[in-house]
Design a protein around this ligand. Structure first.
Ligand code: BUP
Length: 472
């Protein structure tokens, strides 16, 4: 080992929901002076937001090594119509054999790699062969990690009992955590023949071989799942779980320490400055999925009918570079004029983490992507969860149980079911904005989050333990 000063190589995957937590952990380590850091970087990125954030990271931390990585060419026509981010994951997996030489050839010697769950089954064997620690930065909640680790065991025991396995995974009763009904699982797990499902199971099987898991959560938010994982009740001999969240913005220490400049005129932050305390509904459904025009118009009607002030971040295509739609066309005739002054709508990338902390924000209407949930938790702002895909429903169970906010269990998204009507959205928004108990619980969660990351808190100590392990 590199006595005293470990060299950590980060191998992230793609999509802002995966990259942002990597950038935030990298920044937390780069702000210390006892760790060397390399970041494997695949260019060009899928989206413009990813490219901008990679550039920002290397600009803020010039001492981080950028390790350029070229993907093995692969024929995407094998997967007609596939989502470009999933294609990038697949391309990374097919190029994973090249990580070996990259890790082995680095100087100073790499002491640990930190990779994404989507690459785990490929990277762990390589790291083991090179005798390098392999940690996983798990970008979802601890409850989702327990699901990921337990699904292979669940399927094996079903098969061993002679029960019928498939077409989907079925309800999953995670020992000492909770029963996750099939309707709350990532939708892809409803079909065991899907490529994603096979990868999910392969990655899940290998979780016990990792040296540790970094998770963007904190003990007070998910006490049950964290205890079950750490006590080996989900699967025996599970590796250490470092709950080090909620992660902070990845700007450099020197930037954050500086006096915050005034928000530029016309920006969402400047607009929030002019609104009364806790009066604004912040609306955003992540960076991963776009919202259909029909559903956008219902949301618009709902926000208008709610009578509340709102700040709404809109996305109309999967990849931001393709988004050429005009807001006025998408939102319906006259909407922007009617809400002028009390509603701000933007398609631009915003600093969501910072905006949620603005004192004018009173609630967050969200798809409950895990980063969004932790940002709401850190800000102490109630989240109204309208889960969509992937891990969102599992995350929504944590929103409800952890005091972050309210979960609309019967709301789904276009294609799956009926549209959620503007009337229903407007009524619910009004109700949650007026709910003092929900607001007080979210504020308490915010205080617990602050305590967790403060010196001596659970997340602070977990990060210290992780760094200790890197030096071992
Ligand atoms: Br859009 C947008 N600004 O304008 P999630 C997103 N974000 O800071 P996702 C911005 O992207 P999955 C914007 O704060 C969060 O950190 C946001 O991650 C940030 O959802 C991140 O919430 C989005 O996990 O991923 O990307 O839809 O569906 O995979 O959870």
């Amino acid at each position: 080992a590199n006595a005293g000063r470990p060299h950590v190589m980060f191998i992230p995957s793609a999509g802002m929901g995966h990259l942002l937590p990597f950038f935030r952990v990298i920044a937390a380590l780069a702000n210390r002076d006892d760790v060397d850091i390399s970041v494997v970087t695949v260019l060009p990125t899928v989206s413009a937001a990813e490219a901008d954030h990679f550039a920002g990271l290397f600009e803020s931390f010039p001492h981080i090594r950028r390790v350029d990585f070229n993907l093995v060419p692969f024929d995407a026509s094998e997967f007609p119509g596939a989502d470009p981010f999933l294609l990038r994951w697949e391309a990374l997996r097919r190029s994973a054999h090249l990580f070996g030489p990259l890790i082995a050839g680095a100087s100073p010697r790499v002491s640990a790699v930190v990779t994404d769950i989507t690459l785990t089954s490929h990277v762990i064997p390589i790291a083991k062969e090179l005798d390098v620690q392999c940690h996983v930065l798990f970008v979802s909640c601890a409850t989702m990690l327990s699901l990921c680790a337990y699904v292979p065991v669940h399927l094996d025991s079903k098969a061993a009992a002679g029960g019928q396995v498939g077409p989907g995974v079925g309800d999953v009763d995670i020992p000492a955590v909770r029963r996750i009904p099939e309707r709350c699982l990532p939708p892809a797990l409803l079909d065991l023949n899907k490529l994603f499902t096979k990868q999910f199971i392969d990655n899940g099987r290998l979780t016990t071989e990792a040296d540790g898991f970094l998770v963007n959560t904190f003990d007070a938010l998910e006490p049950v799942a964290l205890a079950a994982l750490r006590d080996g009740k989900v699967v025996a001999d599970f590796p250490p779980v470092y709950a080090i969240g909620p992660f902070n913005s990845h700007t450099s220490a020197s930037t954050t320490a500086k006096q915050q400049p005034a928000a530029p005129a016309g920006s969402p932050a400047a607009w929030l400055d002019g609104q009364p305390a806790r009066s604004v509904v912040y609306v955003a459904f992540g960076n991963r999925y776009f919202v259909s025009q029909e559903q956008l118009q219902e949301i618009a009607a709902g926000l208008e009918a709610s009578g509340c002030r709102f700040l709404w971040v809109i996305k109309t295509t999967t990849v931001d570079r393709d988004d050429k739609a005009e807001l006025a066309d998408v939102l319906g005739k006259g909407f922007l004029e009617r809400v002028r002054g009390r509603g701000l709508v933007t398609k631009a990338w915003v600093d969501q983490e910072a905006l949620l902390k603005h004192p004018s924000v009173g609630m967050f209407l969200s798809h409950s992507g895990w980063n969004s949930v932790t940002e709401a938790a850190a800000a102490g702002v109630p989240l109204l969860a309208w889960p969509r895909n992937g891990d969102h429903r599992v995350n929504a169970t944590v929103v409800a149980s952890g005091g972050v906010g309210v979960w609309m269990e019967h709301w789904s998204w276009d294609g799956e079911d009926e549209l959620v009507t503007g009337e229903e959205i407007g009524d619910k928004v009004k109700e949650v904005m007026a709910d003092k108990a929900v607001r007080a619980r979210a504020a308490r969660t915010g205080e617990e989050a602050a305590m967790a990351v403060a010196e001596g808190g659970t997340s602070y100590r977990s990060l210290q333990e992780f760094v200790g392990k890197l030096k071992a």
